[in-house]
Write a protein that binds this ligand. Structure first.
Ligand SMILES: [Zn+2]
Length: 290
């Protein structure tokens, strides 16, 4: 979840996500192509789709368009984003029904649609990305323009997204507008290609660890795999348990922090989750919305 004032480049960052994700595997490419074909979205004469999908439905999207529907159900936005990114810009503007129908499929990676003729089953393993302002006017905690909202209005605005969906988000990222001089000062940024290489190396570690259990990524690990397959240092474990009670994490949030810490360790090419990896994972849970 990217949160910050307008002009901070939130949607630009989200759109760049597929560029740093590993290429589709041949099996993934076949599934993604099939989905787009069923939905009638495959350009004529195109072969296998190679790019990871990026879907950004408008906040006026209906529940049926989001998860799929119709007399003969067609895949919805969440299935069209399978193995790619589903981006919800202006998250608080989405209807409560749409957010509600997303919850279970995000967790399960599949969506079942019941019809009189039987049940349709669509895959939807996605990376969910979302963006929002921190208040109605957009400038709360902005360092360049004054926020016009009252504390009550701010609470109202943020409370639209509080709750079960937030519990399913791993990374909370505050963003600020970047100065034009900083943008012009080249040389310190890492190119997308080199980030992608690091992501691919991290994915290889995950595959090696999870292959024999029929899993591919850290995000697919359940509580049992998390407690048996990951090696975590004593100080890392202490920090995690301490945060569990101090930050009043739910059990689900606790496991989410573990998965994120595992991915940070993988990006670090570390075979063990260290204290610093847990600390970084916890920093992304920091409740920027409070
Ligand atoms: Zn405001």
């Amino acid at each position: 979840l990217l949160a910050g004032p307008p002009g901070a480049g939130k949607s630009m960052l989200a759109k760049a996500l597929p560029e740093i994700m590993p290429d589709l595997t041949p099996e993934e490419a076949v599934t993604v192509t099939k989905i787009h074909s069923v939905a009638g979205l495959l350009p004529k004469g195109s072969g296998l789709l190679k790019r990871r999908p990026f879907r950004a439905p408008h906040h006026t999207v209906t529940p049926a368009a989001m998860v799929g529907g119709g007399a003969i159900p067609k895949p919805g936005e969440i299935t069209l984003a399978h193995r790619g990114v589903l981006f919800l810009d202006e998250l608080p503007e989405f209807s409560a029904q749409v957010i509600n129908v997303l919850r279970q499929p995000i967790e399960d990676g599949v969506i079942n649609i019941a019809r009189s003729g039987g049940t349709y089953r669509f895959p939807c393993r996605i990376l969910l990305a979302a963006a929002m302002n921190l208040c109605q006017c957009g400038y709360w905690r902005s360092d360049w323009q004054h926020c016009q909202c009252t504390p009550y209005q701010r609470r109202q605005y943020v409370s639209k997204v509080n709750g079960p969906l937030l519990d399913r988000i791993d990374l909370f990222m505050p963003v600020q507008r970047v100065d034009i001089e900083d943008l012009a000062r080249a040389g310190c940024e890492e190119a997308a290609d080199s980030v992608k290489e690091r992501v691919e190396e991290a994915r290889k570690l995950q595959e090696k660890r999870l292959e024999e259990f029929g899993l591919a990524t850290n995000s697919e690990m359940g509580p049992r795999e998390l407690s048996t397959l990951l090696s975590i240092s004593a100080s890392g474990r202490r920090l995690l348990l301490d945060a569990y009670s101090r930050m009043k994490l739910s059990a689900r949030a606790y496991y989410r922090v573990m998965r994120v810490a595992a991915s940070i360790a993988d990006l670090d090419q570390s075979s063990r989750i260290e204290e610093e990896h847990v600390a970084e994972a916890l920093s992304y849970r920091q409740r920027i919305l409070e």
